[in-house]
Design a protein around this ligand. Structure first.
Ligand SMILES: Nc1nc2c(c(=O)[nH]1)N[C@H]1C(S)=C(S)[C@@H](COP(=O)(O)OP(=O)(O)OC[C@H]3O[C@@H](n4cnc5c(=O)[nH]c(N)nc54)[C@H](O)[C@@H]3O)O[C@H]1N2
Ligand SMILES: Nc1nc2c(c(=O)[nH]1)N[C@H]1C(S)=C(S)[C@@H](COP(=O)(O)OP(=O)(O)OC[C@H]3O[C@@H](n4cnc5c(=O)[nH]c(N)nc54)[C@H](O)[C@@H]3O)O[C@H]1N2
Ligand code: SF4
Ligand SMILES: [Mo]
Length: 751
């Protein structure tokens, strides 16, 4: 039983879906109202860990601004309509676009919260498949796409992400990640900061490479202050030292890698001295880092968003794994390991086939190929406002807010109103969905079942926990029906038999799992996400495989254990992990090496005087959750962090209003001087810039802040992946006046 009952209150146990922390929550409910949310100390994974965001799921659920009914826009007027009316309106608009421009005019943008619930994440695939969208965008290209590219080329599977074994390592090296704010990313851990503390307590060391002395760097043994974008040069120099000093020790990878000689040759040009001039890290610190990684009994080298959303994201992501491989720390306990999932699902995901070709069709406006099915998020605006065959005229956005989260956002904000059909699936009328013709309300986290689809693949704990629905949503189709029907409408097949489409989807997954669809369909007749999850569990490594493995798990096994089940820790996988054509780890993929001349060009150029990086805060979640009062109360967090020396040079005092300018835009914001940032670097948080006309987020509007992505130029990408460059953007900062001169808010929406 998940829910314990007393005369008038319930305590419901579930996991928080907001980040990879997977915190167990105890939700106390009375009369359909959430009374409190407390940590669940019995949850086998999180054992009581929680953060402020998790306690606000009740506030989010009860938020009067949250959309409950489909909304249709007529001009600037919004009205609530029935689901049927909403679908009819979408059908009418989509049919018009198809008639005038053809199916090539349809686009889809899936955001970070498309992973919000299990049904939502699984049936995004159906929306994409049946929507026959000619253009597909997602938050992958403002996030981890470089890692997908290097995993694909090195291991044969874009989702084969090596995860740091922080609980068993002797040395944890973090490039461009700040779990103190993010709680860990592509690294799901019940308490990443606790693990760092424990590692140091047992005599291990932690090194953080970051332009900012972050909360994580502050509790580390060493902060290596790096110039943004300098990671590839720094790590090439580390590789150079490993070879030069005879420190390459493949250990268990001996005989399992290709490309060692090419790697050695490629790193020859990057002496520590030469790399130092570019990355801003002293040569002796680079040499010391190489020696430390090689001397440590075990070392987990990890890179996250700072190594992905930068100019050399693919090179940096590749080198993070190369350092692990060259020191025998890849696929090794205490180094990095691949997860073992109870319910493997990525391989069943038709949106991201693990072995898709690296390059797809050309992006019309840029003449570059799509990468692993993705085109740069920042190219959406151009595709809408550039006339010609294939111009985007219809768009579905889901769980996303690219007007705040994608680079070149002013152009996107101006382009969206030009669409002839725009549909958003979201909890809110936000900066993006305000432009839609129809908004379909998403489910609040408490209205949907949950399995942490996007966390277990990145966790070295092997296990699972299932959260049932707390509040049964009323008067709406099931999520799987909403997404499948929307797909069918956008794809020009509005009368499709949804049940038949779902059975076909399910059967295809059965076949990929090696299970006879007939047996599975007979055992699991109900449509929707629960049976997909049941299939993933039954067909997974611990599953009962429809009778083939008696005693193995089914979904019911997890329903019966509301605090979850842990089966152990992942271990090395050996050759079974590799799906490259050679069956080996490819250490020197030609596609990656071909990006080195771009690095050389940058190294030969004059560095900009001042560059901007992004930051996160524990109480924010990308562009949303700012409508939850408890999370935005208090001191203004949307400020420009600037080093005291830079501030002095520019005549800026703490609290002054400054203008920050890049080639793509200008914002006005309060400055906060600090010693915890590298001179020559400033930082702004992302996800702010609320209060635009037509949005319905009243609390967020009162704490508007500015949109950092007005400053991120859409054309600045990591060329090898097409991923956005959101860090290392050249800017200038000028003092406008003291705090009292802050101009009217919100200023965020104007370029
Ligand atoms: N509270 C909270 N948690 C979140 C999120 C959130 O918005 N709020 N977002 C979630 C999402 S979607 C993601 S993807 C993850 C991200 O998880 P993390 O990667 O841990 O995210 P950040 O805290 O942004 O840390 C990135 C760090 O990279 C540094 N950096 C910037 N440029 C460079 C560079 O060129 N080189 C190096 N070495 N470092 C650089 C920045 O200074 C910053 O400290 O967090 C997730 N968790
Ligand atoms: N400058 C800069 N820009 C960045 C970043 C950065 O570090 N710096 N980080 C980038 C990264 S890593 C990411 S992942 C992106 C994130 O940016 P996006 O992908 O745009 O995602 P969010 O900003 O999280 O917006 C999520 C939306 O989903 C809605 N939502 C919440 N739950 C659900 C649900 O269950 N179903 C549906 N349909 N909708 C739901 C929310 O209301 C919200 O409007 O931002 C990127 N942009
Ligand atoms: S947001 Fe992340 S860290 Fe916070 S409670 Fe939810 S899962 Fe835990
Ligand atoms: Mo992200």
């Amino acid at each position: 039983m998940n829910t314990t009952t007393t005369p008038d209150t319930y305590v419901h146990r579930r996991t928080c879906p907001l980040c990879e922390g997977m915190c167990g929550l105890k939700v106390t409910v009375a009369d359909k109202q959430v009374i409190s949310i407390r940590p669940d100390f019995e949850n086998v994974f999180s054992r009581g860990h929680i953060c402020p965001k998790g306690t606000t799921l009740g506030a989010l659920h009860h938020d009067p601004d949250r959309l409950r009914q489909p909304m249709v826009r007529d001009g600037a007027e919004w009205r609530e309509v029935s689901w049927e009316t909403a679908f009819e309106r979408i059908e009418e608009l989509a049919a018009g676009v198809r008639e005038r421009h053809g199916q090539g005019a349809f686009a889809f943008y899936s955001g970070n919260m498309s992973k919000g619930g299990f049904d939502t994440s699984r049936y995004t695939a159906m929306l994409v498949r049946h929507g026959r969208f000619a253009h597909r965008y997602s938050s992958s290209s403002v996030d981890q796409l470089p890692k997908n590219v290097t995993n694909f080329l090195m291991y044969g599977d874009m989702w084969k992400m090596p995860i740091p074994d922080v609980d068993r390592t002797d040395l944890f090296v973090i490039f461009g990640g700040n779990p103190a704010a993010s709680k860990g990313s592509i690294f799901s851990h019940p308490d990443a900061m606790g693990a760092i503390k424990a590692l140091r307590a047992r005599g291990g060391r932690v090194i953080v490479v970051d332009p900012v002395r972050t909360g994580t760097a502050q509790v580390a043994d060493q902060w290596i202050s790096i110039r943004p974008g300098g990671d590839a040069a720094l790590m090439l120099a580390v590789v150079n030292v490993l070879f030069a000093e005879g420190r390459v020790r493949l250990k268990q990878l001996e005989g399992r890698v290709n490309g060692l000689e090419e790697l050695r040759a490629a790193a020859l040009a990057y002496s520590p001295e030469r790399a130092s001039a570019f990355c801003g890290v002293p040569a002796d610190v680079i040499v010391q880092l190489a020696r430390e990684i090689s001397d440590a009994p075990s070392a987990a080298v990890y890179g996250r968003i700072g190594t992905c959303t930068q100019e050399f994201g693919t090179l940096a992501s590749w080198l993070v794994d190369v350092l692990g491989a060259l020191t025998g720390n890849l696929d090794a306990v205490g180094g990095t390991l691949w997860s073992t999932q109870v319910a493997p699902h990525f391989s069943l995901n038709p949106v991201y086939p693990p072995s898709a070709p690296l390059h797809g069709k050309l992006v019309r406006t840029r003449g570059v190929p799509s990468v692993l099915g993705q085109v740069p998020a920042s190219s959406l605006a151009e595709e809408i406002d550039t006339p010609g065959p294939g111009q985007v005229r219809a768009l579905v956005t889901m769980g996303s807010n690219p007007v705040l989260s994608a680079p070149g956002s002013a152009r996107l904000d101006a382009a969206l109103p030009q669409l002839e059909c725009m549909v958003s699936i979201d909890l809110y009328r936000n900066e993006t969905s305000r432009h839609a013709h129809v908004i379909l309300p998403a489910l609040s986290p408490l209205e949907q079942p949950h399995w942490d689809v996007y966390a277990w693949p990145f966790s070295l704990s092997v296990g699972g926990h299932y959260s049932p629905t707390l509040f049964e949503p009323q008067d709406r189709p099931a999520e799987w029906e909403v997404l499948t029907r929307l797909g069918a409408i956008m794809g020009g097949n509005p009368a499709a038999d949804l049940n038949a489409l779902d059975d076909a989807y399910f059967s295809a997954m059965c076949e990929q799992t090696g299970i006879a669809p007939e047996a599975a369909l007979a055992a699991l007749p109900a449509h929707g996400g629960a049976r997909v999850l049941d299939l993933c569990i039954r067909g997974g490594p611990f599953g009962e495989r429809f009778g083939q493995n008696p005693g193995g798990f089914t979904l019911q096994s997890f329903i019966d254990q509301p605090d979850g089940m842990l089966l152990g820790m992942a271990g090395p996988q050996g050759d079974a992990a590799l799906t490259t054509p050679s069956g080996r780890i490819e250490l020197a993929p030609p596609h990656v090496l071909a990006d080195l001349p771009r690095l050389e060009n940058a190294m030969a150029a004059e560095p900009p005087e001042l560059v901007m990086v992004s930051r996160r805060h524990l109480r924010s979640l990308n562009s949303w959750m700012h409508n939850v009062d408890a999370l935005v109360r208090g001191k203004d967090r949307c400020t420009l962090h600037i080093h005291t020396l830079d501030a002095q040079r520019l005549g800026i005092a703490d609290g002054d209003t400054v203008e920050v300018k890049s080639v793509s835009g200008t914002v006005q914001v309060a400055a906060e001087t600090t010693g915890d940032i590298r001179p020559g670097v400033v930082s702004l948080p992302h996800g702010w810039g609320h209060g635009a006309p037509g949005t319905q987020t009243q609390v967020a509007a009162r704490h508007a802040g500015i949109n950092i992505n007005l400053l991120s130029p859409g054309l600045m990408v990591d060329a090898a992946s097409g991923n956005a460059m959101l860090n290392g953007i050249p800017v200038s900062v000028t003092r406008l006046g003291d705090a009292s001169s802050v101009l009217s808010t919100p200023v965020g929406m104007h370029a």
